[in-house]
Design a protein around this ligand. Sequence first.
Ligand code: TXA
Ligand code: MG
Length: 318
Amino acid sequence: MTTKTEIDQAVSILNNGGLVAFPTETVYGLGADAQNPSALEKVFTVKNRPFTNPLIVHIVNLEAMVDWAFNIPADAIALAKAFWPGPLTLILKKKPHVDNILTGGQETVALRVPAHPVATQLLTQFGRGVAAPSANKFTRISPTTADAVRAELGNDIDSILDGGNCEVGLESTIVDVSQEKVQILRPGMITIKEIEHVLNRQVVINGSTPLRVPGRHHLHYAPKTQTNLIESAMLQSVLDNVQSASIALVYSEVRIENPNLQVHRMPRDARAYAKILYETLRASDQKNYAAIYVENVPVTSEWTAIHDRLKKASARSR
Ligand code: TXA
Ligand code: MG
């Protein structure tokens, strides 16, 4: 776990324009001073991320919203009060001073108050906003452990704060409240139902939008190993016929006796599933299997974000 000295060091790295990976409750972030353009540039370089893909500013509490956003609608306040600190990112109209490199040149800024105690300590002590994308190379799986960050970016960053395994395991729900129509741009473990409940009306997921939508890139969240998403009804027949050494991530109670297959049982509960999904994919990816087979998940709202990431992980194979 993280000591006071490590936080002190991390704060001074941020103050000097360096990069610090830190835990959040969703995934690990690659943090930089959100008001230092050259530090922000480094984030893009280290990740190989295109400059058109904007960053989330992590802030310490709801009150800090006004440092970054203006014309904050009542819906935004309601969602912030309901879910912050937590796995929710709000897209709001940006204040003029907000750097273009943060926003990809758009008129909006993404804000989030993370819930992990190490993130809270870092933000409190730093005293300003920390821009942080997930701490992985562009298009790769987000890290949910400090070891995964080290494997992904270790030599390129100044410090990694270890906060253990991320509790949520998938990236935050992104909600655009900058326009009349509230839209979910990226599903996360805060579900559309929960958001509609707070706002007391319907919202849309991923409608057509002029904004750059996160995770739309073809190979987002993809393992290197070919990854196939299989409907439960097809599972038995597909897995029985696998010819080369592969792994299957399944939650149904199928019996598989194919010697070519390593079967990994996944949780039947969406939260438990989300928490271990990226680590399971990452570990599977390291074993040089010919393929990863993943049983598709239910269509109910608590599985929406998981389904979204599985579709992206298997995009290359479809
Ligand atoms: O859970 C999370 O959100 C994690 C942790 C570290 O907070 N962060 C994360 O960041 O997933 P990243 O950069 O991997 O994904 C953030 C997404 C980007 O794909 C970007 O397109 C979108 O947020 N985004 C940022 N600013 C935006 C804006 N102004 N309008 C639309 N999308 C925006
Ligand atoms: Mg990311």
